[in-house]
Design a protein around this ligand. Structure first.
Ligand code: NAP
Ligand code: ZN
Length: 352
Protein backbone atom coordinates (compact mmCIF):
# COMPACT_ATOMS: atom_id res chain seq x y z
CA UNK A 1 0.00 0.00 0.00
CA UNK A 2 1.28 3.47 -0.89
CA UNK A 3 1.93 5.92 1.91
CA UNK A 4 3.19 9.45 2.29
CA UNK A 5 5.03 11.21 5.10
CA UNK A 6 3.22 14.00 6.90
CA UNK A 7 3.77 16.25 9.92
CA UNK A 8 2.11 15.33 13.19
CA UNK A 9 2.22 16.20 16.89
CA UNK A 10 2.42 13.47 19.47
CA UNK A 11 4.51 11.83 22.13
CA UNK A 12 6.98 8.96 22.37
CA UNK A 13 6.36 8.04 26.03
CA UNK A 14 3.99 8.70 28.93
CA UNK A 15 6.46 10.96 30.72
CA UNK A 16 7.50 12.96 27.64
CA UNK A 17 6.09 16.19 26.24
CA UNK A 18 4.21 16.18 22.95
CA UNK A 19 6.47 17.18 20.05
CA UNK A 20 6.57 17.47 16.29
CA UNK A 21 6.82 13.99 14.71
CA UNK A 22 6.64 12.56 11.20
CA UNK A 23 4.16 9.78 10.42
CA UNK A 24 3.00 7.82 7.39
CA UNK A 25 -0.56 8.04 6.06
CA UNK A 26 -1.94 5.71 3.42
CA UNK A 27 -2.83 7.39 0.14
CA UNK A 28 -6.54 7.24 -0.77
CA UNK A 29 -8.00 3.88 -1.79
CA UNK A 30 -11.25 3.81 -3.85
CA UNK A 31 -13.64 4.44 -0.91
CA UNK A 32 -11.37 6.88 0.97
CA UNK A 33 -11.31 10.62 1.29
CA UNK A 34 -8.28 12.67 2.34
CA UNK A 35 -9.07 15.54 4.70
CA UNK A 36 -6.79 18.50 5.32
CA UNK A 37 -7.19 18.98 9.09
CA UNK A 38 -8.08 22.55 10.09
CA UNK A 39 -9.13 22.09 13.74
CA UNK A 40 -8.87 19.32 16.31
CA UNK A 41 -10.28 19.30 19.85
CA UNK A 42 -8.48 18.03 22.96
CA UNK A 43 -10.60 15.51 24.90
CA UNK A 44 -9.72 14.24 28.36
CA UNK A 45 -9.44 10.80 26.69
CA UNK A 46 -6.42 12.22 24.81
CA UNK A 47 -4.88 13.08 28.16
CA UNK A 48 -5.64 9.60 29.62
CA UNK A 49 -4.09 8.17 26.45
CA UNK A 50 -0.87 10.21 26.11
CA UNK A 51 -0.09 9.60 29.78
CA UNK A 52 -0.98 5.90 29.47
CA UNK A 53 -3.45 6.14 32.36
CA UNK A 54 -5.53 3.25 30.94
CA UNK A 55 -2.39 1.16 30.35
CA UNK A 56 -3.16 0.55 26.65
CA UNK A 57 -1.21 3.26 24.83
CA UNK A 58 1.07 2.30 21.94
CA UNK A 59 3.84 4.86 21.35
CA UNK A 60 4.38 7.04 19.54
CA UNK A 61 0.80 8.19 20.04
CA UNK A 62 -0.74 10.93 17.90
CA UNK A 63 -3.90 11.98 19.76
CA UNK A 64 -6.94 13.83 18.46
CA UNK A 65 -10.39 12.47 17.66
CA UNK A 66 -12.42 15.67 17.21
CA UNK A 67 -11.36 16.45 13.66
CA UNK A 68 -12.70 19.08 11.27
CA UNK A 69 -11.29 19.97 7.87
CA UNK A 70 -11.65 20.13 4.12
CA UNK A 71 -11.65 17.31 1.57
CA UNK A 72 -8.50 17.44 -0.54
CA UNK A 73 -8.67 14.09 -2.40
CA UNK A 74 -11.38 11.51 -3.11
CA UNK A 75 -11.03 7.86 -4.14
CA UNK A 76 -12.53 6.66 -7.43
CA UNK A 77 -15.67 5.14 -5.82
CA UNK A 78 -16.47 7.97 -3.38
CA UNK A 79 -20.03 9.25 -3.75
CA UNK A 80 -20.77 11.34 -0.63
CA UNK A 81 -18.01 13.99 -0.78
CA UNK A 82 -16.35 16.25 -3.31
CA UNK A 83 -13.00 18.00 -3.16
CA UNK A 84 -13.44 21.25 -1.22
CA UNK A 85 -16.30 20.01 1.00
CA UNK A 86 -16.10 20.56 4.73
CA UNK A 87 -15.83 17.24 6.56
CA UNK A 88 -15.38 15.86 10.06
CA UNK A 89 -14.12 12.69 11.71
CA UNK A 90 -14.78 11.62 15.28
CA UNK A 91 -13.53 8.61 17.19
CA UNK A 92 -14.53 5.91 14.69
CA UNK A 93 -12.23 5.42 11.69
CA UNK A 94 -13.42 1.93 10.72
CA UNK A 95 -15.41 -1.09 11.88
CA UNK A 96 -16.25 -4.54 10.51
CA UNK A 97 -19.20 -3.32 8.38
CA UNK A 98 -21.00 -6.65 8.75
CA UNK A 99 -22.01 -7.41 12.38
CA UNK A 100 -25.52 -6.58 13.65
CA UNK A 101 -24.28 -3.42 15.41
CA UNK A 102 -22.54 -2.08 12.29
CA UNK A 103 -25.56 -2.89 10.12
CA UNK A 104 -27.76 -0.99 12.57
CA UNK A 105 -25.44 2.04 12.39
CA UNK A 106 -24.03 1.51 15.88
CA UNK A 107 -20.41 1.09 14.83
CA UNK A 108 -19.24 2.07 18.32
CA UNK A 109 -20.64 -1.28 19.46
CA UNK A 110 -19.06 -3.29 16.58
CA UNK A 111 -18.93 -6.92 17.71
CA UNK A 112 -15.60 -7.43 15.96
CA UNK A 113 -13.99 -4.33 17.41
CA UNK A 114 -14.15 -0.87 15.85
CA UNK A 115 -11.02 1.03 14.91
CA UNK A 116 -10.48 4.21 16.88
CA UNK A 117 -8.96 7.03 14.86
CA UNK A 118 -6.02 7.05 17.30
CA UNK A 119 -4.13 4.34 19.23
CA UNK A 120 -5.99 1.41 17.61
CA UNK A 121 -4.71 -1.42 15.44
CA UNK A 122 -4.80 -0.10 11.88
CA UNK A 123 -6.37 -2.99 9.94
CA UNK A 124 -5.71 -1.34 6.58
CA UNK A 125 -2.14 -0.05 6.82
CA UNK A 126 -0.89 -2.17 9.71
CA UNK A 127 0.63 -0.65 12.84
CA UNK A 128 -1.32 1.84 14.95
CA UNK A 129 -3.78 4.55 13.90
CA UNK A 130 -2.67 8.17 14.19
CA UNK A 131 -5.18 10.83 15.19
CA UNK A 132 -6.00 14.38 14.30
CA UNK A 133 -2.94 16.23 15.58
CA UNK A 134 -1.59 15.97 12.06
CA UNK A 135 -1.73 17.67 8.67
CA UNK A 136 -4.30 15.35 7.16
CA UNK A 137 -6.15 12.08 7.59
CA UNK A 138 -7.39 9.40 5.19
CA UNK A 139 -10.67 7.70 6.10
CA UNK A 140 -13.30 5.57 4.35
CA UNK A 141 -16.07 8.01 3.38
CA UNK A 142 -18.61 5.96 5.35
CA UNK A 143 -16.95 7.13 8.59
CA UNK A 144 -16.83 10.81 7.61
CA UNK A 145 -19.42 13.41 8.64
CA UNK A 146 -20.83 16.42 6.82
CA UNK A 147 -20.31 19.72 8.65
CA UNK A 148 -23.36 22.02 8.79
CA UNK A 149 -22.34 25.28 7.06
CA UNK A 150 -23.87 27.59 9.67
CA UNK A 151 -21.71 26.45 12.62
CA UNK A 152 -18.38 28.12 13.46
CA UNK A 153 -15.83 25.63 12.11
CA UNK A 154 -13.44 25.58 15.08
CA UNK A 155 -16.36 25.09 17.48
CA UNK A 156 -17.66 22.11 15.53
CA UNK A 157 -14.70 19.96 16.54
CA UNK A 158 -15.78 19.08 20.13
CA UNK A 159 -19.20 17.96 18.92
CA UNK A 160 -17.41 14.98 17.32
CA UNK A 161 -16.68 13.41 20.72
CA UNK A 162 -17.93 15.53 23.65
CA UNK A 163 -21.18 16.32 21.84
CA UNK A 164 -22.08 12.82 20.64
CA UNK A 165 -21.01 11.17 23.91
CA UNK A 166 -23.61 13.11 25.89
CA UNK A 167 -26.25 13.40 23.12
CA UNK A 168 -26.49 9.63 22.67
CA UNK A 169 -27.52 8.69 26.26
CA UNK A 170 -29.68 11.82 26.69
CA UNK A 171 -31.61 10.79 23.59
CA UNK A 172 -31.65 7.06 24.30
CA UNK A 173 -33.11 7.56 27.78
CA UNK A 174 -35.45 10.41 26.75
CA UNK A 175 -34.12 13.40 28.65
CA UNK A 176 -36.98 15.55 27.32
CA UNK A 177 -39.24 16.84 30.15
CA UNK A 178 -37.23 14.95 32.78
CA UNK A 179 -35.18 16.17 35.72
CA UNK A 180 -31.64 15.44 34.56
CA UNK A 181 -28.45 15.73 36.61
CA UNK A 182 -25.04 16.30 35.01
CA UNK A 183 -21.92 15.56 37.07
CA UNK A 184 -18.81 17.56 36.11
CA UNK A 185 -18.60 20.77 34.08
CA UNK A 186 -15.84 19.98 31.63
CA UNK A 187 -15.82 19.32 27.88
CA UNK A 188 -18.56 16.66 28.03
CA UNK A 189 -20.45 18.18 30.96
CA UNK A 190 -20.86 21.66 29.48
CA UNK A 191 -22.14 20.17 26.22
CA UNK A 192 -24.51 17.96 28.22
CA UNK A 193 -26.05 21.05 29.85
CA UNK A 194 -26.63 22.73 26.47
CA UNK A 195 -27.95 19.61 24.75
CA UNK A 196 -30.20 18.46 27.62
CA UNK A 197 -31.73 21.95 27.82
CA UNK A 198 -32.34 21.97 24.06
CA UNK A 199 -34.07 18.59 24.42
CA UNK A 200 -36.42 20.09 27.00
CA UNK A 201 -34.97 18.73 30.25
CA UNK A 202 -34.71 20.51 33.59
CA UNK A 203 -31.00 20.41 34.35
CA UNK A 204 -29.23 20.22 37.71
CA UNK A 205 -25.44 20.40 37.58
CA UNK A 206 -23.07 18.90 40.15
CA UNK A 207 -19.57 20.34 40.34
CA UNK A 208 -16.59 20.26 42.66
CA UNK A 209 -15.77 23.85 41.63
CA UNK A 210 -17.71 26.69 43.30
CA UNK A 211 -16.24 29.09 40.75
CA UNK A 212 -18.18 27.37 37.94
CA UNK A 213 -21.58 28.27 39.45
CA UNK A 214 -22.10 31.38 37.31
CA UNK A 215 -20.99 29.59 34.15
CA UNK A 216 -23.39 26.72 34.87
CA UNK A 217 -26.32 29.15 34.79
CA UNK A 218 -24.97 30.90 31.69
CA UNK A 219 -24.65 27.52 29.95
CA UNK A 220 -28.34 26.92 30.74
CA UNK A 221 -28.43 24.90 33.96
CA UNK A 222 -31.49 25.39 36.17
CA UNK A 223 -29.70 24.37 39.39
CA UNK A 224 -26.06 24.33 40.52
CA UNK A 225 -25.04 22.01 43.36
CA UNK A 226 -21.58 22.08 44.90
CA UNK A 227 -20.99 18.33 45.25
CA UNK A 228 -18.80 18.71 48.34
CA UNK A 229 -21.53 20.59 50.20
CA UNK A 230 -23.58 18.01 52.14
CA UNK A 231 -26.48 20.40 52.80
CA UNK A 232 -26.80 21.30 49.11
CA UNK A 233 -26.57 17.64 48.09
CA UNK A 234 -29.22 16.43 50.57
CA UNK A 235 -31.69 19.21 49.71
CA UNK A 236 -31.54 18.54 45.94
CA UNK A 237 -34.94 17.39 44.62
CA UNK A 238 -34.76 13.86 43.22
CA UNK A 239 -33.74 13.29 39.59
CA UNK A 240 -34.95 10.93 36.85
CA UNK A 241 -31.54 10.51 35.29
CA UNK A 242 -27.97 11.50 36.08
CA UNK A 243 -25.13 11.60 33.54
CA UNK A 244 -21.69 11.20 35.11
CA UNK A 245 -18.99 12.87 32.95
CA UNK A 246 -16.24 12.89 35.59
CA UNK A 247 -12.69 12.06 34.45
CA UNK A 248 -11.14 11.44 37.88
CA UNK A 249 -11.70 8.85 40.61
CA UNK A 250 -14.80 9.68 42.67
CA UNK A 251 -17.66 8.22 44.71
CA UNK A 252 -20.88 7.65 42.74
CA UNK A 253 -23.01 6.52 45.70
CA UNK A 254 -24.17 9.97 46.85
CA UNK A 255 -25.69 10.38 43.37
CA UNK A 256 -27.58 7.07 43.51
CA UNK A 257 -29.33 8.51 46.60
CA UNK A 258 -30.50 11.46 44.49
CA UNK A 259 -32.37 9.31 41.96
CA UNK A 260 -36.15 8.89 41.94
CA UNK A 261 -37.70 5.39 41.96
CA UNK A 262 -36.65 3.68 38.71
CA UNK A 263 -34.05 6.42 38.21
CA UNK A 264 -30.93 5.90 36.10
CA UNK A 265 -27.27 6.76 36.55
CA UNK A 266 -25.33 6.66 33.26
CA UNK A 267 -21.54 6.69 33.32
CA UNK A 268 -19.70 8.22 30.39
CA UNK A 269 -16.55 9.33 32.21
CA UNK A 270 -13.62 6.91 32.23
CA UNK A 271 -11.64 7.36 35.46
CA UNK A 272 -8.77 4.99 35.99
CA UNK A 273 -10.04 3.20 39.13
CA UNK A 274 -13.14 0.95 39.09
CA UNK A 275 -16.28 2.57 40.51
CA UNK A 276 -17.62 1.01 43.72
CA UNK A 277 -21.42 0.84 43.80
CA UNK A 278 -23.32 0.52 47.07
CA UNK A 279 -25.81 -2.22 46.15
CA UNK A 280 -28.39 -1.14 48.72
CA UNK A 281 -28.76 2.32 47.12
CA UNK A 282 -29.26 0.63 43.78
CA UNK A 283 -31.68 -2.04 44.97
CA UNK A 284 -33.85 0.30 47.05
CA UNK A 285 -35.87 2.29 44.54
CA UNK A 286 -35.18 -0.20 41.70
CA UNK A 287 -32.54 2.06 40.18
CA UNK A 288 -30.41 1.38 37.10
CA UNK A 289 -26.68 1.86 36.64
CA UNK A 290 -25.52 2.05 33.04
CA UNK A 291 -22.82 3.24 30.68
CA UNK A 292 -22.60 4.70 27.20
CA UNK A 293 -19.84 5.07 24.61
CA UNK A 294 -19.74 7.85 21.98
CA UNK A 295 -22.37 7.11 19.28
CA UNK A 296 -22.55 5.60 15.80
CA UNK A 297 -21.84 7.49 12.58
CA UNK A 298 -25.53 8.15 11.85
CA UNK A 299 -26.12 9.52 15.33
CA UNK A 300 -22.95 11.63 15.14
CA UNK A 301 -24.35 13.27 12.00
CA UNK A 302 -27.62 13.70 13.90
CA UNK A 303 -25.95 15.58 16.77
CA UNK A 304 -24.10 17.86 14.33
CA UNK A 305 -27.44 18.69 12.68
CA UNK A 306 -29.13 19.03 16.10
CA UNK A 307 -26.49 21.54 17.21
CA UNK A 308 -26.93 23.52 13.98
CA UNK A 309 -30.72 23.53 14.40
CA UNK A 310 -30.54 24.66 18.05
CA UNK A 311 -27.56 27.03 17.59
CA UNK A 312 -25.46 25.03 20.03
CA UNK A 313 -21.68 25.34 19.92
CA UNK A 314 -19.17 24.30 22.54
CA UNK A 315 -17.34 27.03 24.48
CA UNK A 316 -13.78 26.73 23.21
CA UNK A 317 -10.30 28.08 23.81
CA UNK A 318 -8.53 28.12 20.44
CA UNK A 319 -4.78 27.44 20.66
CA UNK A 320 -1.80 26.78 18.38
CA UNK A 321 0.18 23.52 18.37
CA UNK A 322 3.00 25.30 20.21
CA UNK A 323 0.66 25.50 23.24
CA UNK A 324 -0.52 21.87 23.26
CA UNK A 325 1.63 20.83 26.25
CA UNK A 326 0.39 23.79 28.30
CA UNK A 327 -3.17 22.86 27.33
CA UNK A 328 -2.73 19.22 28.46
CA UNK A 329 -1.38 20.44 31.84
CA UNK A 330 -4.28 22.86 32.22
CA UNK A 331 -6.80 20.15 31.27
CA UNK A 332 -5.34 17.95 34.00
CA UNK A 333 -6.10 20.73 36.50
CA UNK A 334 -9.64 21.29 35.19
CA UNK A 335 -8.55 24.72 33.95
CA UNK A 336 -10.30 25.03 30.59
CA UNK A 337 -13.47 26.81 29.52
CA UNK A 338 -14.59 24.34 28.34
CA UNK A 339 -12.72 22.65 25.49
CA UNK A 340 -9.34 23.32 23.93
CA UNK A 341 -9.37 23.26 20.14
CA UNK A 342 -6.09 23.30 18.25
CA UNK A 343 -5.79 25.42 15.12
CA UNK A 344 -4.03 22.74 13.08
CA UNK A 345 -2.92 25.22 10.42
CA UNK A 346 -0.29 26.24 12.99
CA UNK A 347 1.38 22.81 12.52
CA UNK A 348 2.40 23.71 8.96
CA UNK A 349 4.79 26.46 9.96
CA UNK A 350 5.82 24.87 13.26
CA UNK A 351 9.61 24.42 13.62
CA UNK A 352 11.52 22.12 16.06
P1 NAP B 1 -12.77 17.34 31.33
O1 NAP B 1 -13.02 18.43 30.34
O2 NAP B 1 -11.47 17.29 32.03
O3 NAP B 1 -13.97 17.41 32.42
C1 NAP B 1 -14.06 16.51 33.48
C2 NAP B 1 -14.71 17.22 34.66
O4 NAP B 1 -14.88 16.24 35.70
C3 NAP B 1 -13.85 18.30 35.31
O5 NAP B 1 -14.00 19.54 34.69
C4 NAP B 1 -14.39 18.33 36.74
O6 NAP B 1 -15.62 19.09 36.75
C5 NAP B 1 -14.78 16.87 36.98
N1 NAP B 1 -13.75 16.14 37.75
C6 NAP B 1 -12.49 15.83 37.34
N2 NAP B 1 -11.86 15.07 38.27
C7 NAP B 1 -12.77 14.90 39.29
C8 NAP B 1 -12.74 14.16 40.50
N3 NAP B 1 -11.64 13.47 40.90
N4 NAP B 1 -13.86 14.16 41.27
C9 NAP B 1 -14.96 14.83 40.90
N5 NAP B 1 -15.04 15.55 39.74
C10 NAP B 1 -13.95 15.58 38.96
O7 NAP B 1 -12.97 15.91 30.64
P2 NAP B 1 -13.90 15.50 29.40
O8 NAP B 1 -13.15 15.68 28.13
O9 NAP B 1 -15.23 16.11 29.56
O10 NAP B 1 -14.00 13.90 29.62
C11 NAP B 1 -14.60 13.40 30.78
C12 NAP B 1 -14.40 11.90 30.88
O11 NAP B 1 -15.18 11.27 29.87
C13 NAP B 1 -12.96 11.42 30.67
O12 NAP B 1 -12.70 10.36 31.57
C14 NAP B 1 -12.99 10.91 29.24
O13 NAP B 1 -11.99 9.94 29.00
C15 NAP B 1 -14.37 10.33 29.18
N6 NAP B 1 -14.93 10.17 27.83
C16 NAP B 1 -15.74 9.11 27.62
C17 NAP B 1 -16.36 8.94 26.38
C18 NAP B 1 -17.30 7.81 26.15
O14 NAP B 1 -17.54 7.47 25.00
N7 NAP B 1 -17.89 7.25 27.18
C19 NAP B 1 -16.12 9.88 25.36
C20 NAP B 1 -15.30 10.97 25.63
C21 NAP B 1 -14.71 11.12 26.87
P3 NAP B 1 -16.02 20.08 37.98
O15 NAP B 1 -14.88 21.04 38.12
O16 NAP B 1 -17.25 20.71 37.51
O17 NAP B 1 -16.20 19.21 39.19
ZN1 ZN C 1 -13.12 12.10 23.37
Amino acid sequence: MQTKEIKAFGTQAANKQLERLTINRRTVTPHDVEIEILYCGICHSDLHSVRNEWGNTAYPVIPGHEIVGKITRVGGLVTKFNIGDLAAVGCIADSCHCCDACREGEEQLCENGWTCVTNSLDKILGGITYGGFSENIVVDENYVLHVPEKLDLASVAPILCAGITVYSPLKRWNAANKRVGIIGIGGLGHMAIKIAKAMGATVAVFSTSAKKAEDAKRLGADEFILSGNVAQMSSTPKLDMILDTVSGNHNVNPYLHLLKINGLLVIVGLPVDPLAVDSSSLVNGRKSFSGSIIGGIRETQEVLDFCAEHNITPDIELINVADINIAFDRLQKGDVKYRFVVDMKSLRGYQN
